[in-house]
Design a protein around this ligand. Structure first.
Ligand code: HEC
Ligand code: HEC
Length: 262
């Protein structure tokens, strides 16, 4: 029984009762009534009351049952639906090959960690195209739904200790020194992105103002640490030249950040 259904029915019922009083409907002592007419009127009254009772009990034919009703957005608890509706458009179906970095990336998930993943999902990344999905950030996902998305990403895509205990550069750190970046850039990046970053056979430009203007420093750092495994960019330790040191990572990030203003 719904409140709106009750309200919708309550007014006509009251009006009918008032009408019945003035016209003698439903009253056996109707003025000038013959027996037959009284009889049929009382039958009409009984039918009317029956219909009103039925309607008030939500049992009208064709009315959807509780299970058939579409879920309100806040009631969705299925990971595939939540990920597909909210994330896949940018991070790719199944978490790869989207415009934004893959989330279906065990190394990345190991580096970023649960707390940070949850915080970014809820709050978004300021001044980027990554929106905040939590209600406090103006998004539409409840706390429970943010948990379902984040735990689902980890359950499906984190694997069991992909780094096998190997230390990794910290997820977040201040940019290093752009002046020191020439050597590590040449060693680790130029082979694919070209000596000036404008792109070569195996990688596109990474110095486009349009690109750099849209991404945060952290997104650049994340790319240097975790690569784009879905597109063939290695992570910090798996390129042809071996592993980058923490300092190499920070210095190359500083160089990328410095390209923004050019
Ligand atoms: C084996 C080739 C290869 C190497 C080595 C490589 N990249 Fe990439 N990189 C790619 C490919 C492929 C992409 C996907 C986009 C494209 O096609 O340019 C990419 C994407 C990127 C992106 C964009 C990431 C995003 O958000 O999608 C950045 C930034 C980047 N590379 C920086 C670097 C830096 C800095 C280095 C050196 C530390 C490096 N890359 C080394 C191949 C490479
Ligand atoms: C409109 C496109 C868009 C949608 C939709 C979107 N993202 Fe993003 N996401 C981005 C972009 C762009 C970035 C890079 C932001 C930056 O510059 O740091 C990003 C970054 C992230 C990062 C941080 C990556 C890093 O560097 O550590 C996480 C985690 C993330 N998104 C999770 C999600 C989840 C989970 C959803 C769905 C609930 C989602 N995103 C939906 C565009 C999107």
């Amino acid at each position: 029984m719904t409140a709106s259904g009750g309200g919708r029915l309550a007014r006509p019922r009251a009006q009918r009762a008032a009408a019945a009083g003035s016209q003698g409907w439903c009253a056996f002592g109707a003025p000038g009534g013959r027996d037959a007419r009284l009889h049929s009127r009382s039958r009409v009254c009984a039918a009317l009351i029956f219909v009103l009772l039925l309607a008030a009990c939500d049992a009208l034919p064709g009315k959807p049952t509780e299970e058939e009703r579409p879920l309100r957005p806040a009631q969705v608890v299925d990971f595939n639906t939540l990920y597909g509706t909210n994330c896949a458009g940018c991070h790719g179906d199944n978490g790869t090959l989207g415009a934004a970095r893959p989330l279906n990336d065990a190394i990345y998930l190991s580096v970023v960690g649960f707390e940070r993943l949850r915080q970014i999902t809820a709050d978004g990344v300021p001044n980027s195209l990554m929106p905040g999905f939590g209600i406090a950030a103006g998004g539409s996902l409840t706390d429970d739904q943010v948990d379902i998305v984040v735990k689902g990403i980890i359950r499906r895509w984190a694997g069991a200790d992909p780094l096998n205990g190997v230390a990794h550069p910290a997820y977040a750190a201040p940019p290093g020194d752009a002046q020191r970046a020439t050597a590590p850039y040449t060693t680790y990046c130029a082979g694919c992105h070209g000596s000036d970053g404008r792109g070569a056979a195996k990688g596109g430009s990474i110095v486009d103002a349009a690109y750099l203007g849209l991404v945060s420093d952290q997104a650049l750092r994340t790319a240097v640490i975790c690569g784009r495994p879905d597109l063939g960019m290695p992570d910090w330790r798996s390129g042809a030249a071996g592993a980058m040191s923490d300092r190499d990572v920070a210095d190359v990030v500083a160089w990328l950040v410095a390209q923004r203003g050019r």
